[in-house]
Write a protein that binds this ligand. Sequence first.
Ligand code: KG4
Ligand code: ZN
Length: 376
Amino acid sequence: MWQSTRRRGSVAPAMIVLGIETSCDETAAAVVTGERRILSDLVLSQLDEHRPYGGIVPEIAARSHLEHIDALVADAMQRAGVGFAGLSGVAATAGPGLIGGIFVGVMTGKAIAAARGLPFLAINHLEGHALTVRLTDELDFPYLLLLVSGGHCQLLAVEGVGRYRHLGGTIDDAIGECFDKTAKLLGLGYPGGPEVEQAARHGDPARFELPRPMLGREALDFSFSGLKTAVRHRAAAAGALGAGAQAQLTRDMAASFQAAVGDVLADRCRRALDRFQEDTGRRGPLVVAGGVAANAYLRARLAEAAGERGAAMIAPPARLCTDNAAMIAWAGIERLRAGLTDPLDFAPRPRWPLEHVRGPAAPEDAPAARLAEGGS
Ligand code: KG4
Ligand code: ZN
């Protein structure tokens, strides 16, 4: 079913893209329109399958994606009320992530694209996170991006689709990973982020003095391994406590940890906003994306830091911060508009830095963009 939009006197079909996400432990499928409407958005979590192991087991993840992807795609299409003939393209996460799962999503996307003669879009998962605010908030380029997820902690200047300039990043652990390890040390569940946030709500952030690595440094880098080690030492020293004191310690440690992370992120982002202003003449905005951006305390801290620099802080709603397929479908729409489709022999990439994502070759790509949009 085509949705029609009237443009310049002619009726052009709206862009509708199916997105598929299988790079980690969520099997996800979504259908999104060029007018920024999410027609369907399904996320099937594998948490219960991985929980007994205290982390993600790649082989279990790949098998589970394979088992569920076809039914999930069919369900997403049905809920969207769109037939395959109504799609403008199929987008699938092609990296970075767990290669077994990525293969499942990419093969599914390619099969639909080949069978229906549709354009295929190989999406970098991080680009999905990076562009989500353009779906949710219709934000224009350029913006400063803090990308904080299970595997990444990076500051980038987002200058356009496929145009990401690295400003700084972690020299050791990713921030989500640090949340997950802290949760494990404190005996909380997996994934750790939401559990630490919940425990921290009733804790004393001043009880433990934890390190604030990189605070005040000129370069826009991060380091979290020292913080993680400090949490480990403090948690071990408290092993002999009784149950009540132990529970309070967990809450206080979670709050102290979160406060340390908040201080570091706020400091790095203030500095990055200064750099961004020097480079572009603009005061932000600061966009925060990726799973850790779902954290309400950190969002508040970053909004405050941005405010100190006269900049806005924008983050997608929490459920679009953690992994989903709507962001992949949207990145597909952005790339389709820019004429950046991919061949059916595109090889999935377990490692794929955002700065290496292909962008428009030259401004002459503009006619391709108009064509892809439906000739308007
Ligand atoms: O973006 P994402 O869903 O998957 C990756 O691309 O990695 O991010 C997952 C990470 C996990 O480490 C998880 O613990 C963290 O995001 N996370 C959070 C919160 N929700 C998820 N961290 C802190 N606070 C949260 N509320
Ligand atoms: Zn992610």
